[in-house]
Design a protein around this ligand. Structure first.
Ligand SMILES: *Cc1c(COP(=O)(O)O)cnc(C)c1O
Length: 389
């Protein structure tokens, strides 16, 4: 069965989004700001002891940022460009963390001049740069986290360092006049195994103790992202994540735990977006082939990059979806043979699917429009439209 919108959206939300899609050419993304507002309030209720630093890269649309600004969220930026966006929207730099451990010295200097005082790091050269260009700033050190096997979109290897290196960087940072405040980790995006937070927290607790012996008292844990959106592969609901993570925190740190930050991206905006696409062509490669190929006007290079390795399985809805369905290989429009979204995972779609029909990719609010490569093969970037209740 192609996916039923009502399994993923409240009827009123779906009606609103669907109506908006009718007004626009494809491919386009409609984002329901009301859903994001509810997600933010839900986060605050589930993690009342935590500060939310929305990971801007998930969906940097000014409409999304302004909404979260007004709701009181903080923000985590990956670059000076995201920083400029936030400042242009009137976000105070005291609400912004620079969470990318990979940054040029002049970008650190720029962020510092603009008033940012909270930075992530995971290497000694970066600590040196921070000491020089962001003197006295608060820093948190990113720990290598396990969990790449159970995350749909792992963030391991490239980021973070070994516990011994965390200790070394903390001491170096202190000696160079920075204020090393704590540790961050990211268990991988769309993390199915909630236990990965426990594994990281145990290490964090050990590092806190080790640093006490060096006269450094850490008081901040940044637990990153990894909280789920609702795709085809099931996860626990977010309140189970909250319950378990809160329990792990108590187990490792007791009731008077350190300051806590989360940096939700996907879980904040993923469920709020629907990407509308149009079928360009339906074909088959031999007379005896049972399955069909469907080529649509969005693909790996314009919006659906997270289908690489079939990592994220978006629920797809087609009008006229019903009894008579066939399995489809789903591919994008470019002249690049990598531009296939689902080949092993055959998507059941209406047997009479034809050029001109629309396909709706649900839960597409995160990492779609912002991850589209610009004009690859001449296909223009995805446009985004907004609705509100
Ligand atoms: C991308 C990113 C996030 C957001 O992760 P989600 O799994 O989308 O919630 C949070 N923190 C950092 C440092 C990131 O790079």
């Amino acid at each position: 069965m192609s996916a039923n919108p009502h399994d993923f959206y409240a009827p009123a939300d779906w009606a609103k989004i669907y109506e908006e899609t009718k007004r626009h050419e494809t491919p386009s993304l409609v984002v329901h700001l009301g859903i994001i507002e509810r997600k933010y309030r839900e986060f605050c209720k589930l993690f009342p002891y935590s500060k939310c630093h929305y990971a801007v890269k998930a969906n940097p649309a000014p409409e999304v940022v302004s909404l979260l600004r007004d709701l009181g969220s903080n923000f985590d930026v990956a670059s000076v460009y995201e920083l400029d966006l936030l400042l242009s929207l009137g976000v105070d730099p005291s609400r912004i963390s620079f969470g990318n451990t990979i940054k040029k010295a002049r970008d650190i200097q720029y962020a510092y001049e603009k008033g940012v005082r909270l930075f992530a790091t995971d290497s000694l050269p970066d600590v040196d740069n921070l000491a020089k260009y962001a003197p006295g700033s608060d820093i948190f050190i990113r720990l290598l986290a396990e969990g790449s096997d159970t995350a749909d979109w792992p963030l391991s290897r490239k980021f973070g360092c070994h516990p011994d290196m965390v200790v070394k960087e903390a001491i170096t940072a202190r000696d160079k006049g920075l204020n090393p405040r704590g540790i961050s980790f990211h268990v991988g995006s769309q993390q199915h195994d909630i236990g990965t937070w426990s594994a990281s927290l145990v290490k964090v607790s050990y590092i806190f103790d080790t640093l006490l012996e060096h006269g450094i008292k850490f008081d901040l844990i940044n637990m990153g992202g990894g909280l789920p959106a609702k795709y085809i592969s099931k996860t626990n609901p977010i309140d189970v994540y909250a319950e378990e993570i809160t329990k792990y925190l108590k187990e490792s740190f007791g009731d008077s735990h350190p300051d806590i930050i989360f940096e939700p991206g996907r879980s904040m905006v993923g469920d709020a977006g629907v990407l509308t696409t149009e079928v360009a062509l339906v074909s088959w490669k031999s007379d005896t082939e049972l399955d069909r190929w469907v080529y649509i006007d969005a693909g790996i290079f314009n919006g659906l990059i997270e289908t690489v390795n079939e990592s994220i399985k978006y629920p797809i809805y087609c009008e006229g979806a019903g009894e008579d369905e066939t399995k489809f290989t789903v591919a994008g429009p470019t002249c690049d043979s990598m531009d296939i979204m689902y080949e092993w995972y055959k998507v059941p779609l209406p047997a009479d699917l034809a050029a001109g029909d629309r396909m709706y990719w649900m839960t597409a609010g995160a990492y779609t429009a912002s991850y589209a490569s610009v004009c690859f093969n001449g296909f223009p970037p995805i446009k985004t439209y907004f609705v509100k209740d």
